[in-house]
Design a protein around this ligand. Structure first.
Ligand code: MN
Length: 236
């Protein structure tokens, strides 16, 4: 069986020598390869004529994690902790809308989850701890990435419930922002105990699903491997 071609959104960084580079963490690559896909990197800030050619040839798109989305895209409340990646916004927001329009399978992770909500008209808390009353700690960047941080309750009757196969799961948590207003076309598929949305999907789409946690760092959990397999399967 041929491996579907999965684009993974990447970021701009400087190498240790100060040279501009394009980068993704290998956990995403490994997750896609193990799930049966062939990964390819999508650099940020491509001209539209360029990313449209890529999108045309891709069988699926993985919107990866990263820094915050520019506040101007959702009229967000300024906060001193906000750390943006404008070159990624410039690519990822229109790319997500185009992927939805083309019914291309897509999976969003962390920043990618927030990109999906904002691209489709939703808003974000720009710092959960200061803006969501009684919020749990969601920013566990000082711990190993597979640290189980909080539970999620998965909504019955959703694609995510079908994939994960359990109504209650423990997940990692590496984010300081989260969904405030859900985009009108999206359905919430999972919640943390403080009421924060941790999963979303677009009903009536081939596969358009996103999670706030990082399944690529939970590959020792069969449910999370299944999430990647189902995504790659949908892209075949
Ligand atoms: Mn969380």
């Amino acid at each position: 069986m041929q491996r579907p071609l999965i684009g993974i959104t990447a970021r701009h960084v400087n190498t240790s020598e100060g040279l501009p580079a394009v980068r993704i963490l290998r956990a995403y690559v490994t997750a896609i390869v193990d799930a049966g896909g062939a990964p390819i990197l999508i650099p940020p800030e491509l001209p539209e004529g360029c990313w449209r050619v890529l999108l045309d040839r891709l069988d699926g798109v993985l919107f990866s994690g990263g820094a915050d989305i520019g506040l101007e895209h959702f009229d967000g409340e300024p906060h001193p902790t906000v750390d943006v990646e404008p070159v990624r916004d410039a690519l990822e927001l229109p790319l997500l809308r185009a992927a939805v329009d083309a019914d291309k399978p897509l999976l969003g992770i962390c920043r990618g989850f927030q990109v999906m909500n904002v691209a489709l008209g939703g808003t974000l808390y720009t710092h959960i701890l200061d803006q969501l009353p009684n919020a749990l700690q969601h920013d566990w960047h000082d711990k190993p990435r597979d640290t189980l941080a909080h539970s999620i309750r998965v909504e019955e009757g959703t694609r995510l419930a079908e994939i994960l196969g359990a109504p209650l799961l423990q997940v990692n948590s590496l984010h300081h922002q989260g969904i405030k207003d859900l985009a009108p076309s999206l359905k919430a598929t999972a919640y943390s105990p403080d009421g924060l949305i941790e999963g979303i999907e677009l009903p009536n789409h081939k596969f358009a699903l996103a999670v706030q946690w990082h399944p690529e760092w939970m590959r020792s959990h069969e449910e999370m491997r299944r999430l990647f397999r189902m995504f790659v399967e949908a892209a075949k």
